[in-house]
Ligand binder design. Structure first.
Ligand code: AR6
Length: 175
């Protein structure tokens, strides 16, 4: 696995398919219904298998900015943390705060379950239209804030394109 540690060796950025990672938890960029979608959500459901869909259906839904947890089923990851990012409306509708909540709530939930490693996709920065650069800065800020008090937990920012990787590198330099 090609990891690129920067100023904190507990936060890495890598280009990968998140469904292949051997970590304690991967995060899903879900929708409010928790059942079905495209993008990383579709890839995670395909890889984890139908039991994931069943568990998500039983949970019943998740409000924007919040997070819930399921088993990982066929994934190498033991847990999947599902969070629902905001749909980009232009930036004046509380999108930044809601996106920050997604990272914060996912990390806190992971900690409650005793995870030692967690991988995030770029939540909201696909179908939901959040500008990638802005999304990466918010993600990294929240990861760093969490790590101040939780340095034993390894956090991985997973990029699905070189463009996303570049945005994370820029955010790493800025923050
Ligand atoms: N591994 C890592 N990152 C991925 C993968 C993958 N396998 N596949 C896509 N990405 P998106 P959103 C990246 O659209 O914007 C779904 O239908 C992708 O390139 O998956 O939060 C849900 O059900 C992008 O950078 O999530 C919702 O309805 C990032 O993951 C809606 O999409 C997020 O893109 C959520 O939209």
């Amino acid at each position: 696995m090609d990891r690129h540690p920067r100023d904190s060796d507990r936060i890495s950025v890598l280009v990968a398919d998140i469904t292949t990672l051997k970590v304690d938890a991967i995060v899903n960029a879900a929708n409010n219904s928790l059942v079905g979608g495209g993008g990383v959500d579709g890839a995670i459901h395909n890889a984890a298998g139908p039991q994931l869909w069943e568990e998500c259906r039983r949970i019943g839904g998740c409000p924007t900015g919040e997070a819930c947890i399921t088993r990982g089923y066929r994934l190498a990851a033991r847990w999947i943390i599902h969070t629902v990012g905001p749909i980009w409306q232009g930036g004046d509708d509380g999108e930044d705060d809601l996106l920050a909540c997604c990272y914060r709530n996912s990390l806190n939930l992971g900690r409650q379950y005793g995870i030692k490693s967690i991988a995030f996709p770029a939540i909201s920065a696909g179908v939901y239209g959040f500008p990638m650069e802005r999304a990466c800065r918010i993600a990294l800020r929240e990861m760093k804030a969490f790590q101040k008090n939780n340095s034993e937990i390894e956090i991985i920012a997973v990029c699905f394109s070189n463009g996303a990787y570049q945005c994370y590198q820029d955010a790493m330099r800025e923050l």
